[in-house]
Design a protein around this ligand. Structure first.
Ligand code: OVM
Length: 396
């Protein structure tokens, strides 16, 4: 069998603005489709996406996890030593980073993050109306994450524009990419500088990477590149993860009431938010050899787009997949990926959302949408530019 060809560009602005409207067609066309306008394969069903993510020997990452094949063209920046590598290199860098990004390290900051969240939410409730992206989605990660890494204060406003460029660069060199790149120069220069040892504060996760280098676990050059991964992957993902979760609750007031009545559902609600509206919508792999997926032959050296967010709403995997339901058992979603590359920072992302929801449950009676949310179009992220909301104070 060969893959069904679709005349669908998943990086067209119309698709990126409303991806969920297109996912069903992608899933129903077949287990593997040919996306004719961009000349690559695509998979949008949960079983096939998960299987491809599991099979890193066939679906390699070292040729880039964007549309560009690093074997054919020069990467736009030196490749990530985590995301854009295969074993054995990947396992060495990932093990090193796993020792730094640990549950123990997060336990040390949890109480402080909770206090920051409590204070931020109390102020937003007092204000009433605010922007769910700027005043909460971006404000909270920026209040805790750069300090965790040990970044100096000056220039932190470059973090989001840098991430925008990084996540746009996984797509084609379309107008979305060009717009993101147009003013990314200063952000790229700032990030390059911020990753250097002499710029990092003692005790932070950035300096801990250099200390691993001191122990011979990697070179100083590798350490610099690994610190860059924190800055690339750790900010815009959580910014929009939080904003998307607030948006989900604003659209589903009954679900917010249910969580308030059953706070024990907190962790489930977070996973459900990640399943229902996955910030990272897609990643590519490249076939290192010919392979067969559900009876369809894929040639070697092909780019394959994995629709994580579509897999997370596959009715073959979830009942009422399009419904946001905080009581659902959502584990098994691929919003953080799956397999050896599964999100290194997932515990950080979860903790940020946890402390925020813990702060909100007793204080926020209702979350009301006060205007049309505006999307921020990105080739990889399902992102919001603004989310006008109101937190009505709890009196109970
Ligand atoms: C990296 C990196 C960049 C973007 C995303 C990501 C989701 C990792 O530089 O390692 O993971």
């Amino acid at each position: 069998m060969s893959a069904v060809s679709l005349d669908l560009d998943p990086f067209a602005e119309e698709f990126l603005a409303a991806p969920y409207a297109h996912h069903e067609a992608l899933r129903e066309a077949g287990p593997v489709v040919l996306l004719a306008p961009i000349g690559c394969y695509g998979m949008a069903r949960h079983a096939e996406v998960q299987a491809a993510l599991r099979d890193w020997q066939t679906f390699v990452s070292s040729r880039g996890v964007g549309l560009a094949d690093f074997q054919q063209e020069e990467p736009w920046r030196p490749p990530s030593l985590l995301l854009e590598t295969d074993p054995p290199l990947h396992d060495r860098t990932r093990s090193l980073m796993n020792r730094i990004v640990s549950l123990g390290a997060l336990r040390e900051v949890a109480a402080r993050w909770q206090a920051v969240a409590d204070d931020m939410i109390a102020r937003l409730v007092a204000r009433g109306r605010f922007d769910g992206v700027e005043d909460l989605g971006a404000a909270f990660p920026l209040a805790v994450f750069p300090d965790l890494i040990g970044l100096r204060s000056a220039g932190r406003e470059h973090l989001i524009p840098y991430a925008t460029a990084v996540f746009n660069a996984f797509g084609p060199r379309n107008a979305v990419f060009e717009r993101g790149m147009a003013d990314a120069g200063p952000a790229m220069a700032w990030v390059a500088e911020a990753c250097r040892r002499d710029q990092l504060l003692p005790g932070g996760w950035g300096m801990q990477v250099y200390e691993a280098a001191d122990r011979g676990e990697c070179t100083a050059g590798e350490a610099e590149r690994l610190v860059r991964s924190f800055l690339s992957a750790g900010v815009d993902t959580t910014v929009n993860g939080i904003a998307n979760l607030i948006h989900a609750f604003a659209m589903h007031p009954g679900q917010w009431q249910r969580l308030r009545q059953e706070p024990a559902l907190l962790k489930r609600a977070i996973e459900e938010g990640l399943r229902w509206d996955s910030t990272v919508q897609t990643f590519f792999r490249t076939t290192g050899r010919e392979t067969c997926v559900a009876g369809v032959t894929l040639p070697a050296n092909a780019k394959v787009l994995l629709f994580l967010a579509a897999a997370n709403r596959d009715p073959r995997r979830w009942e009422n997949a399009d419904q946001f339901d905080v009581g659902r058992q959502s584990s098994g979603h691929v919003g953080f990926g799956f397999g050896i590359h599964q999100c290194l920072g997932q515990m950080v992302a979860r903790l940020e959302m946890e402390v925020l929801l813990r702060a909100m449950i007793p204080r926020v009676n209702s979350i009301n949408l006060m205007g049309e949310p505006r999307r921020r179009i990105n080739n990889t992220l399902h992102a919001l530019a603004s989310l006008p909301v109101e937190f009505r104070a709890a009196t109970d």
